[in-house]
Design a protein around this ligand. Structure first.
Ligand code: HEC
Length: 196
């Protein structure tokens, strides 16, 4: 009995040291540009799914079909989420394309039964992914408005999305052409002006 216990203990110590060696000698490739090893990837996915499902249990979902609430959600979504998750007719940006895991295009997703989990995800974020925790900066009410918009978004055509964007007073369909590039175009002009 005693030798069995000692053997088990020795094996555990060796496994622990092996794990420490992999970490300490920099043997695991953390590059976002290479996919995770299949086993690691599936363990991470499982860990994440189960954790979210468990922690979202018991969250009470309010009514999400109020048009004003959906519009308030759109304003937040447009400002903070399109860059990574895209929108009807709008592809995720270059920032999103470099992320691993890749952010899902939410215009093709939201099911009503995902509302509680999505609320939890938006409020708390997901470690070791690009998904930020918006609960640090937003009230539950604001986050529910975003979830209301997420539920609505898959039903919107690109035209309907643009129309709604204009209705709530956001000008451009996507920050892409708007803010950043205007400044850059100016600098560009300055640098290469003589070439034209
Ligand atoms: C910097 C990029 C980034 C931004 C900005 C971002 N997300 Fe995410 N989001 C991600 C990534 C990456 C994932 C996938 C994480 C994973 O696979 O575990 C994700 C996952 C999600 C999911 C889960 C989707 C699913 O099918 O499981 C929801 C819902 C979500 N984000 C909503 C939002 C909302 C709403 C906003 C804006 C308030 C937002 N995200 C902003 C990167 C981002």
């Amino acid at each position: 009995m005693k030798t069995v216990l000692l053997t088990v203990l020795a094996v555990l110590v060796i496994l622990f040291l092996a794990a420490m060696a992999v970490a300490n000698f920099g043997l695991y490739d953390v590059a976002a540009s290479t996919p995770d090893n299949g086993f690691v990837a599936s363990m991470l996915r499982r860990t994440s799914h189960r954790s979210i499902r468990r922690q979202a249990e018991g969250i009470q979902v309010p009514r999400l079909d109020d048009p004003d609430m959906i519009k308030r959600g759109l304003i937040h979504y447009y400002e903070m989420c399109v860059v990574c998750h895209g929108a009807p007719g709008v592809k995720p940006s270059e920032i999103a394309q470099g992320l691993n895991p890749y952010p899902p295009e939410l215009a093709e997703k939201a099911e009503p039964d995902e509302a509680a989990e999505f609320f939890w995800i938006v409020k708390h974020g997901i470690k070791m992914t690009g998904m930020p925790a918006f609960g640090l900066t937003h009230s539950d009410e604001e986050i529910w408005a975003m979830i209301a918009f997420l539920q609505k978004m898959p039903q919107l055509s690109p035209e309907e999305y643009q129309k709604l964007v204009q209705e709530v007073g956001l000008e451009e369909p996507m920050p892409q052409a708007a803010s950043g590039e205007a400044g850059e175009a100016g600098e560009h002009e300055h640098e290469h002006g003589h070439e034209h």
